[in-house]
Design a protein around this ligand. Structure first.
Ligand SMILES: *Cc1c(COP(=O)(O)O)cnc(C)c1O
Length: 354
């Protein structure tokens, strides 16, 4: 930790907390009372400010709108039974934030500044953190280019912001997923590893088509041959095949998920075999047919551990064993919840207290 970040704070005059219905939270629709904003100008970050959540004024010519110089992060904060508040592994997000920034020719943010900014805004809105099972405070840091200039060149000015949303479970039932064999999320040399807004823009049409066909999610495959599993919408794809946890290597085309890393770390703690390698669609389908595929789930901050109920490949549907009977993902979910809500020892130091 270096010096304390200087943040100007303007509190909202009237909290919206009392009128918020915490029993019907739609992911990403409810915002807390405050947000954080900072500006990048003349080669440095300045004007860190926490102020009431609300609209901001920007020029219609900002290059983030025209050329997509924009990216984000997703993190969760939890309230423990003893009232303590912790953010789950934000140091990993700080590193990834800067990887995204570099890929998009945007300025990095010192990791300790990132962490202090999250802690400051979460602290102010700590009463907004829901405590019901599966609930948390979703933290959305993001950065976007603000130059008023239509030339295609990296912006000289940027805004960094943090929004907060109380959230409940993202998915409520096992997912019906389709293995995508035409569209591509990212290719080698692209920006699949960055949490860039543009990756999401490009995924909307394929995702909508899949939804219209009755699927909940896609499993993306490699851009060259569509033979290897990449990842799911906003979650990494993980499988238990033949008694081993297998998942694609998080290189160029795949987002290096914090949840993915957490699951792998827990598996290794338990002595459960882990293989990070190329995962062929053929072996997953074969495993689904023979019953050797005993678990399949998406791992992500928003989705946490989202069980895959069935996999559709080239029009054939393969139904997997009942999600409640899956030993591995059930154990992961239980362990993760226990650590995040402060009910189990945090041996890896994953909880960052606010
Ligand atoms: C955010 C994200 C994930 C999950 O990463 P976490 O750090 O676990 O939240 C996976 N894939 C994509 C494409 C993502 O954007």
């Amino acid at each position: 930790m270096t010096e304390t970040l200087d943040i100007k704070i303007t509190k909202s005059s009237k909290s919206r907390l009392a009128e918020t219905d915490f029993s019907n939270l739609v992911f990403g629709r409810t915002f807390t009372d405050h947000m954080l904003v900072a500006d990048y100008e003349d080669g440095e970050w300045k004007n860190f400010e926490i102020l009431p959540y609300g609209n901001i004024l920007v020029s219609p010519a900002i290059s983030s709108l025209h050329y997509g110089q924009s990216f984000f992060e997703g993190i969760k904060a939890y309230k423990h039974a003893n009232g303590k508040v912790s953010i789950f592994r934000p140091d990993k997000n700080a590193v990834r934030f800067n990887k995204s920034a570099e890929r998009l020719c945007m300025p990095t943010l010192p990791e300790d500044v990132f962490l202090q900014s999250l802690a400051a805004v979460v602290d102010i809105d700590r009463d907004w953190i829901p405590t019901a099972p599966g609930h948390s405070l979703y933290i959305r840091p993001f950065m976007f280019a603000t130059d008023q200039f239509l030339g295609v060149t990296p912006s000289q000015t940027y805004k960094y912001m943090v929004l907060l949303c109380p959230v409940g479970p993202y998915f409520t039932k096992p997912l019906r997923v389709k293995i995508e064999t035409y569209y591509t999320r990212s290719a080698e040399g692209g920006m699949g590893y960055a949490k860039s807004s543009g990756n999401y823009g490009g995924s909307m049409l394929p995702a909508r088509k899949a939804t219209e066909e009755g699927f909940d999610q896609l499993i993306w495959t490699d851009a060259k041959e569509h033979k290897y599993v990449e990842e799911m919408g906003a979650a990494n794809a993980m499988f238990v095949l033949d008694g081993k946890l297998i998942t694609p290597i998080a290189q160029d085309t795949i987002l290096d998920g914090v949840t993915r890393d957490t699951v792998i770390t827990l598996a290794r703690d338990w002595g459960f075999p882990v293989e990070e390698r190329k995962v062929a669609v053929a072996e997953i389908i074969e495993g689904a047919k023979t019953g050797k595929l005993t678990d399949a789930f998406g791992a992500g901050t928003a989705a946490t551990i989202a069980p895959v109920g069935s996999i559709n490949y080239n029009g054939e549907e393969y139904t997997l064993i009942d999600a409640k009977e899956r030993e591995f993902s059930q154990k992961v979910l239980k362990t993760l919840d226990a650590i995040r809500y402060g009910n189990a020892p945090d041996t890896h130091g994953w909880n960052y207290f606010v």
